[in-house]
Design a protein around this ligand. Structure first.
Ligand code: FIX
Ligand code: ZN
Length: 419
């Protein structure tokens, strides 16, 4: 059935976007068997580090005193300053209200106590099932850190990611702090030399393959500072070249680089203390060019890097651009970035990931993304219809499935060593 009016197109786009189950390609969520590593409920929603940063701009509380409060007291402090004393117009504030609304609560009552009491009646598994159904999410990709003692213990006990959750091998301590991490790896039985030599390469690869075996990760990942460079005569440069990329080719595992975070510029704020910087994208260009048989998922944190990242993806098919990461995940920017990517890459990119740290965040992060994507796609299809090209409902559904699901899985499965 071909659609020609803008209203018909918008209706078909809205339905396709709403009905398409999503693969959320980067989150900090965990399947229920990982226990309290998974954060959920209203107090976790309210104490999200985005809101901690925002409350510190209004409240006079000293950060160290804030952290001494109980989780419930922290939530109430944020609720008072950001929701009761003023309107929660920020993206994170709007998000809490949309999560409550989509969960069947009435944010208009502003009755935090009632939300808390109702959610306390639910089990973790029930909440996971309910939240993923409401958000229409079919797959959740985790962030799994073998250097986090609590999480390491879960994996060492033999537990695995439970469907529809999937593991990712996150490697920040190995790549960004090898000097200290080397000592820990030696404690774990990996016989690393003082200097970087064949023994170090072998043992670092053994560590990685041990965890690839434990986790069966969809990709290996790292967050990187704006100063990230490649090639670079550094521990990070050597480990990427000698370990990450050879194993990526051997096991057909993508390498995800999340570039542009300035860690802990204000340590007093905890996770809210990270900042952003424009990166030199030539590091990515050099990796793509030198390693055509590896595949790279890349997202960047600075708005100023977004255009060149999209242009770079036009040059290298082994680059999959994903998400509007962190400080990019605001409607004014996601709208701009998604239009720019579509105008340069057609639909060959992954428009969003939730980065959810709290289960219920996927409800609002994907509601907001679906609204944005509906606006962008309606405009793009209307532009095409205006040329006389017939826009078919089935074609819209296929494009939307690519954007929200298939592009990721096709890239994960594609083996660039065999192209
Ligand atoms: O490195 C990352 O995975 C970042 O997404 C997080 O560290 C960050 O705190 C976050 O959750 C941003 O949304
Ligand atoms: Zn993240």
């Amino acid at each position: 059935m071909s659609l020609q009016s803008r209203e018909e197109i918008r209706q078909a786009v809205s339905e396709a976007v709403q009905n398409q189950p999503i693969t959320d390609v980067h989150t900090h969520l965990y399947s229920a068997n990982f226990g309290d590593l998974l954060l959920w409920d209203i107090d976790e929603l309210l104490t999200y580090h985005y809101l901690v940063a925002e409350v510190m701009r209004w409240s006079d509380i000293a950060p160290e005193d804030f952290w001494k409060l109980t989780k419930q007291e922290q939530a109430e402090h944020i609720w008072q300053h950001l929701f009761l004393d003023r309107t929660p117009v920020s993206e994170a504030g709007r998000g809490v209200l949309n999560a409550l609304k989509e969960l069947g609560f009435d944010p208009g009552t502003k009755d935090l106590k009632s939300y808390r009491e109702e959610l306390a009646k639910r089990s973790t598994s029930e909440q996971i099932k309910d939240v993923l159904e409401r958000a229409n999410i079919s797959n959740v990709v985790m962030t799994n850190d073998p250097f986090d003692e609590k999480e390491r213990a879960v994996w060492e006990s033999g537990k695995k990611a439970e469907a529809p959750f999937h593991a990712v091998l996150r490697l920040d301590p190995l790549l960004n702090d090898y000097g200290n991490t080397k000592l820990k790896l030696r404690e774990w039985g990996y016989d690393l030399s003082d200097e970087w030599n064949d023994q170090s390469i072998k043992e670092t690869q053994r560590f990685l393959e041990d965890w690839i075996g434990k986790m069966n990760p969809l990709y290996m990942a790292v967050s990187l500072p704006p100063t990230f460079a490649f090639p670079e005569d550094s521990d990070r440069g050597r480990i990427i070249r000698d370990c990450i990329l050879p194993l990526g080719r051997k096991h057909n595992i993508a390498f995800a680089m999340m570039i542009g975070v300035k860690k802990q510029v204000n340590p007093a704020l905890g996770d809210a203390g990270d900042f952003v910087g424009k990166a030199d994208i030539s590091a990515v260009q050099n990796l793509l060019s030198e390693f055509p048989q590896n595949k790279f998922l890349v997202t960047m944190l600075s708005r100023e890097n977004q255009h060149e990242l999209a242009v770079l993806a036009r040059k290298f098919r082994n680059l999959m651009v994903f998400g509007c990461w962190w400080f990019m995940n605001n409607p004014v920017i996601t709208n701009e970035i998604t239009r720019m990517r579509m105008e340069m890459l057609n639909t060959s990119f992954i428009p969003q990931h939730s980065d959810a740290r709290v289960l219920e965040q996927v409800i609002y992060k994907w509601k907001h993304t679906r609204l944005m994507l509906t606006d962008v796609l309606t405009d793009k299809y209307a532009d095409i219809a205006e040329t006389g090209w017939k826009i078919e409902k089935e074609a819209i559904e296929k494009d939307v499935k690519d954007l929200l699901h298939q592009n990721f899985w096709r890239f994960i499965e594609k083996d660039f060593t065999k192209l």
